[in-house]
Design a protein around this ligand. Structure first.
Ligand code: NAD
Length: 244
């Protein structure tokens, strides 16, 4: 897995899974743009010696802002880890929360891939780019309290499969990871309730929660030429939770 001088864009890079993947790609020699709506991303990127962009991935001009950073170069790796979660019974979700879930977790992915299609086709000039999104194990099972979130993630996994088929001929690969319960800002409040923590660890065959670093290894594999014939898949990274 050699990422030297390859251009990579990672969204959600101020926290959790996206931050860990962005830092790993940077360590492996890639030229990484750390993207997040949180201004903290600027300092995180600077400390690492990379570049940061404060941006809302759901904004209409987001793909253009990435294209401006690429400045005519191709894009080797696009990682979309920016995401939000709304915890509520599905039937009660507020209209604006539903719209925002769809926009940030699904539509922005479509717009970003569409807007950067040409750059992905070019990749590093010898190999087209690869795309990795963060889906969720809630995409293919009902997890109480996050039904709207799971439905949107199911759409994301299906979109990845569909685009992988359409873009396969061009050599562009798209895959997703379905993380199980990973300790990040997103899960902190829910996991702070001892009963939740106990139930989840108890049900997980590996008897522990995941850390962002557990997702990073599979992420780098899926992005790299080592996975050069793998496309359209959503890989569970969950300590076996989805099987139990
Ligand atoms: P996190 O909350 O730690 O990080 C998400 C980051 O995305 C934050 O820095 C946030 O500022 C950023 N973000 C949110 N909306 C944005 C927007 N519109 N524009 C730009 N940045 C935005 O969460 P995480 O746990 O690292 O989650 C990363 C991804 O993995 C998400 O898509 C999440 O749905 C998915 N996921 C996480 C878990 C888990 O257990 N943590 C499980 C399954 C899936």
């Amino acid at each position: 897995m050699n990422f030297t001088d390859q251009r990579a864009v990672v969204t959600g890079a101020a926290s959790g899974i996206g931050k860990d993947i962005a830092l790993a790609l940077h360590r492996e020699g890639a030229r990484v743009l750390f993207v997040d709506r949180s201004p903290a991303v600027t300092e995180i990127a600077e400390v690492a010696g990379a570049e940061g962009l404060v941006a809302d991935v759901a904004a209409a001009d987001f793909p253009d802002r990435v294209a401006a950073w690429l400045n005519g170069h191709g894009l080797s790796h696009l990682v979309t880890a920016a995401g939000i979660q709304v915890r509520t019974p599905g039937i009660e979700i507020a209209e604006e929360d539903w719209a925002r879930l769809l926009d940030v977790n699904l539509s922005s992915f479509y717009r970003t891939v569409r807007g950067l299609h040409g750059a992905l086709r070019t990749g590093d000039g010898t190999r087209p780019g690869s795309v990795l999104a963060m889906s969720s194990m809630s995409a293919d099972r009902v997890l109480a309290g996050i039904v709207p979130y799971g439905s949107v993630k199911a759409g994301l996994s299906q979109l990845i499969a569909g685009l992988a088929v359409e873009l396969g001929e061009e050599g562009i690969r798209l895959n997703a990871i379905a993380p199980g319960y990973i300790r990040t800002e997103m899960t902190a409040q829910m996991l702070a309730v001892p009963a939740n923590h106990e139930r989840i660890v108890g049900r997980t065959p590996m008897k522990r929660l995941g850390a962002p670093a557990d997702v990073t290894g599979p992420a780098l594999f899926l992005l790299s030429p080592a996975a050069g014939f793998v496309t359209g898949h959503t890989l569970p990274v969950d300590g076996g939770y989805a099987l139990a």
